[in-house]
Write a protein that binds this ligand. Structure first.
Ligand SMILES: [Zn+2]
Length: 314
């Protein structure tokens, strides 16, 4: 009798354990594919697409750096689902805790995965202008995300404010590995932050560098050109672009972007000198760059329009 009772107790215990494991197991997701571009530096390459239901916002590069004590995530993808998949990729490579989530700037394809990392209770680190920029655009981003991905998935998308902001420079110690964050002046946006891993001389540019996929000017075209020229002199063995391949040699990687931005400025100035219209500029400037960039037709007219407004006041 006692034996049967004990066996019953065991079975009940095992059943309860099973139920507990079932309920406690986190929602799992396919880990994002990542590549180790330098020791301890892992990158996922986003698609050259606009956000839609199929890609769930997986359109920007993101990744992580692993130190002896902690992990720093650099950008989180364009949805909580992508963020969760990045989190799974991290767990597949290290058991070190995620202590920092760094956002290179406020664009939704780089930040809407942040919410997936809330359970890790990391510091969310961004440029000092990041929060104001997100306050201005956040609701628009969430509505656009709902429209592109679907309201059901979009219901989870949230704006996560930074807990640490960078005005100038900040070092993050990951345990025998220091990464340097630098808040940059207005260029791609007004809140671009670069991340430099000293150990491997890997520079994460965020969207200060687009390769292959058409860039978007959302700050200052002249500021961006100035900044690229300054960045070219910074010693880096490789860069991780915000959009483009996993990594590329520096400064050669910036050549196409630098040329494109130059073409925009030169073309817009010529039209303004001839008293042409903003529409003429949008229709003609830099159009021969089209074969060199993916998604070009969606971005070039907007870039030219933005540059026209900026250069009008020179
Ligand atoms: Zn961007």
């Amino acid at each position: 009798m006692a034996g049967a009772a004990m066996l019953g107790g065991w079975l009940l215990g095992i059943c309860l354990l099973g139920v507990w494991i079932f309920w406690a197991a986190p929602v799992s997701a396919d880990p994002l594919p990542v590549s180790e571009v330098a020791p301890g530096v892992f990158v996922h390459a986003g698609l050259y697409e606009e956000t839609d239901t199929a890609n769930a916002g997986d359109i920007a590069n993101c990744g992580f750096i692993v130190g002896d004590d902690a992990v720093a995530v650099i950008d989180t993808g364009g949805s909580p689902a992508v963020g969760q998949r990045l989190r799974e990729a991290i767990r597949a490579h290290t058991d070190r805790p995620v202590r920092y989530v760094v956002n290179t700037h406020m664009h939704p394809d780089h930040v809407l995965g942040n919410a997936a990392f809330l359970p890790d209770q990391p510091d969310f680190v961004a440029h000092r202008n990041f929060q104001a920029a997100l306050m201005a655009r956040g609701n628009h981003y969430l509505h656009a995300f709902d429209a592109a991905v679907g309201a059901e998935a979009g219901a989870e998308a949230r704006i996560i404010p930074p807990t640490v902001t960078v005005s100038d420079r900040l070092e993050l110690d990951l345990g025998r590995r220091v990464v340097e964050l630098v808040a940059r002046p207005v260029a791609h946006t007004d809140n671009d932050l670069t991340v430099f891993d000293r150990q491997t001389a890997t520079l994460w540019t965020g969207d200060l560098l687009f390769m292959e996929r058409a860039p978007a000017i959302d700050g200052s075209v002249l500021g961006w050109i100035r900044l690229l020229d300054g960045l070219a002199a910074e010693p880096a063995a490789r860069v991780v672009p915000g959009h483009g391949p996993l990594s590329a040699p520096w400064p050669e990687a910036a050549r196409d972007l630098r040329r494109y931005l130059d073409r925009v400025v030169t073309g817009v100035r010529a039209i303004q000198a001839a008293h042409g219209t903003i529409q003429q500029a949008a229709d003609t400037v830099a159009t021969d760059e089209a074969p060199r960039w993916r998604l070009f037709d969606g971005y070039n007219p907007r870039n030219v329009t933005a540059a026209f407004a900026e250069l009008e006041w020179e």
